[in-house]
Write a protein that binds this ligand. Structure first.
Ligand SMILES: [Zn+2]
Length: 187
């Protein structure tokens, strides 16, 4: 299963097929929906993002997306090379896709896809949105509230409510660091 966030779809196929399905569904005017539950989620207090790219502008975008969450929720997300080796890695791949597609978190194959053709100005928010899915956050209907997790969001950064939703799942990193005596990671 995977989530496709230009239009939200459920795909029981491989990611590449899913990307094609998104294109077709967008063309067909597929309606938005959201589903609860992810097959695999990551602890935002102890995870690193591992981009499969060496392009400087793409790495910068990933760092900017990480910074949006770290700034809003005092997380300790980091890039692969900057994190303790024992932390789980969130694979992230830039891939060419149709223009209406932004990104997706494939929670079955455990990888985040970001459309390489996306306007670079939107990349940080789209990456933060997809990271939100990896933490277990589901879509928020725009009529409910403005959220990073609005489907198709391109410009809303993590809000106080988004942070509260994240803490409702995982708790704050500071509290858990005390409870588990996990060594603090330099920020
Ligand atoms: Zn989404």
């Amino acid at each position: 299963m995977c989530r496709c966030c230009a239009r939200v779809l459920t795909c029981d196929t491989l990611p590449r097929t899913c990307l094609i399905a998104v294109t077709l569904a967008v063309a067909a005017g597929c309606s938005n929906s959201s589903r609860e539950g992810f097959l695999h989620t990551f602890d935002p207090c102890a995870a690193a993002v591992a981009p499969e790219t060496a392009a400087a502008d793409e790495l910068d975008a990933v760092s900017a997306g990480i910074a949006l969450w770290n700034g809003a929720a005092k997380l300790q997300l980091a890039l692969d090379g900057d994190a303790p080796p024992e932390w789980p890695r969130i694979p992230l791949r830039f891939q060419d896709a149709a223009g209406g597609f932004h990104g997706l978190y494939d929670d079955e194959h455990v990888i985040v896809f970001i459309n390489r053709r996306l306007d670079p100005a939107y990349r940080p928010v789209v990456i933060a949105h997809e990271l939100g899915h990896t933490f277990g956050l589901v879509h928020i209907a725009p009529e409910a509230r403005t959220s990073l997790m609005n489907a198709g969001n391109l410009d809303v950064t993590p809000t106080a409510e988004d942070v509260a939703a994240l803490f409702a799942i995982w708790g704050t990193c500071e509290r858990r660091a005390v409870r588990t005596s996990r060594p603090a990671f330099p920020r």
